[in-house]
Design a protein around this ligand. Structure first.
Ligand code: KIV
Length: 270
């Protein structure tokens, strides 16, 4: 089982792989492939649950998926993504919500979409034994404030502020930092300035690791961001299998003899 220390020690040395997973079979596939970190992302809201954004995801909702992923994961580090307003409003609630992911659902760490409001909270969580992955750049829980999903850190002042916040979160004890949709030269600068690993998504090649949403990476999603890559076409495979099933049932080809059995004692019934 990977630990936060294993992940931290890879910084500058070995590239870190991270993918999201939301259920047990997917977690098994991702874990067997040797992925270092499985993130139970709040992207479950739009990727799996049919919401437009991650905003409606609840603590109970994410907990359900964290439990499923943890039960199926043997080697990777499982990180629970804390949903919108489940942290940062009230310290006691934040700690209880995050603690629940470790105590009840089997995660080994939590991820917080970070900002000035999460520096002290990160320190408190780490003191209490809740490892924290920070997340700067595009933080999708701010979609209503941004009015979309724009690239972040694109001017000097914003880039400098992001670098400062990255350092503050490292000093607060975060074991790693996700950088989302930021210029690759800014990601390189932040990666250079930190001892903890950076894990990029839409942040260029200079981060210590990379993360993608599982459904985007394997080609299930109908739409993917420009910074993503489809490494397969699982959607086409699924469509073809479902079409074949429909045809086989409609034509009477399925179920065949090998899928059924006749009970000789019941012969007189037919
Ligand atoms: O929720 C999520 O999937 C994420 C990753 C894209 C970093 O936060």
């Amino acid at each position: 089982m990977a630990t936060v220390r294993d992940i931290r020690e890879k910084a500058g040395d070995e590239r870190i792989t991270m993918l999201t997973a939301y259920d047990a079979p997917t977690a098994g596939i991702v874990d067997d492939a040797g992925v270092d970190v499985i993130l139970v992302g709040d992207s479950v809201g739009n990727v799996v649950l049919g919401h437009e954004t991650t905003v409606p995801v609840s603590v109970d909702g994410i907990a359900h998926h964290v439990g499923a992923v943890s039960r199926a994961t043997e080697d990777a580090l499982v990180v629970a993504d804390m949903p919108f307003l489940s942290f940062g409003v009230d310290e006691k609630d934040s700690l209880e919500n995050a603690g629940r992911m470790l105590k009840e659902e089997g995660a080994e760490a939590v991820k917080l979409e970070s900002g000035p409001h999460t520096v002290e909270l990160t320190e408190k969580m780490v003191q209490l034994g809740i490892p924290v992955m920070a997340h700067l750049g595009l933080t999708p829980q701010h979609v209503n404030q941004y009015g979309g999903y724009p690239r972040q850190g694109t001017d000097q002042a914003a880039a400098e502020r992001m670098l400062e916040l990255a350092i503050e979160h490292e000093e607060a004890g975060a074991f790693s930092l996700v950088l989302e949709h930021v210029p690759s030269n800014l990601a390189a600068e932040i990666t250079d300035a930190l001892d903890i690993p950076t894990i990029g998504i839409g942040a260029g090649p200079h981060c210590d690791g990379q993360v993608l949403v599982f459904d985007d990476a394997v080609g299930i999603s109908e739409w993917t961001p420009t910074f993503s890559e489809q490494f397969g076409n699982v959607r086409a495979e699924m469509e073809s299998a479902v079409n074949d099933y429909v045809s086989a049932v409609e034509s009477g080809e399925f179920p065949a003899d090998e899928h059924s059995h006749e009970e000789s004692d019941l012969e007189e019934l037919y």
